[in-house]
Design a protein around this ligand. Sequence first.
Ligand code: P6P
Length: 336
Amino acid sequence: MTRRVSLTQYLVEQQREHGRIPGQLRLLIEVVARACKRIAISVNKGALGDVLGSANTENVQGEVQKKLDIIANEVLIEANEWGGALAAMASEEMDSIHVIPNRYPQGEYLLLFDPLDGSSNIDVNVSIGTIFSVLRKVGHHHGVSEEDFLQSGKAQAAAGYCIYGPQTTLVLTVGDGVAMFTLDREQGSWVLTGENLQIPADTKEFAINMSNKRHWAAPVTRYIDECLEGKDGPRGKDFNMRWVASMVADVHRILTRGGVFMYPWDKREPDKPGKLRLMYEANPMAFIVEQAGGAATNGLQRIMELQPSKLHERVSVVLGSKNEVERVTAYHRDAA
Ligand code: P6P
């Protein structure tokens, strides 16, 4: 029987050995992990709880919100308000930032999240997830505003996601490799089930929504066409394809067995750089992927080096096995 290590023990030992998880950050991570447990309980109720279907409201993205989107958002807000680690929070489901109310102490961290990613999969019982990113509030000015959140991804203190799938799994990095925790439902605790996860540099598996093929830019079409030509084409090997339409599930697969994930710019909405959001989807996933030896670009630049100008801005995403991401990025640079 291998030694069971809880999330708390892992965080305390990481702080003792590497000094990368100060007390406030450890509390913040534990509170987010506890909130994910509560979200998992709601997600797992399905039709037995009043959690499926639409909430008949729209979010800042103009998307119809599912009931679980709102439930997950409220769980994360309520869980994180009182702890004293945060100055403010930002969410895909809220137009503006949520400043910690005066009745609670304010801390030095900023928490950003997509409370429930992959909502189109909720009612069809396909894996969905929560994505979160932690920044520090730089500068010691009093108060906090949206501008405090506009930091590049390389400033992240921590990032993670929780996937609500056949297992409920929490994946976390504080900049010292990637760890994975599986929820032990009998004990109600997170148990360490993976450390220093590594994404293979090469792969034979790509993830993209092929129905958008006619809208892609040339470098993306070139890359995918070469994959489809298989061993008779320039790649000299056959490729497999996966597309879950839950970024968390596609990234988790890539973290587990390699692959390349792409949600590129396309000409359906040419003014938008892409569909996915930089601050609370692309940046945390890029941090995790890079910490696992992978790569993440917007086709031309490292995602974590992009300087955000708006809280909800979107970005084109190519991430996963390093050599494949570098090939796609090279095709974009050739075209540019
Ligand atoms: P499409 C989910 O809505 C999401 O934001 C990501 O999780 C996912 O990768 C993508 O959108 C799926 O988009 O256009 O294939 O439905």
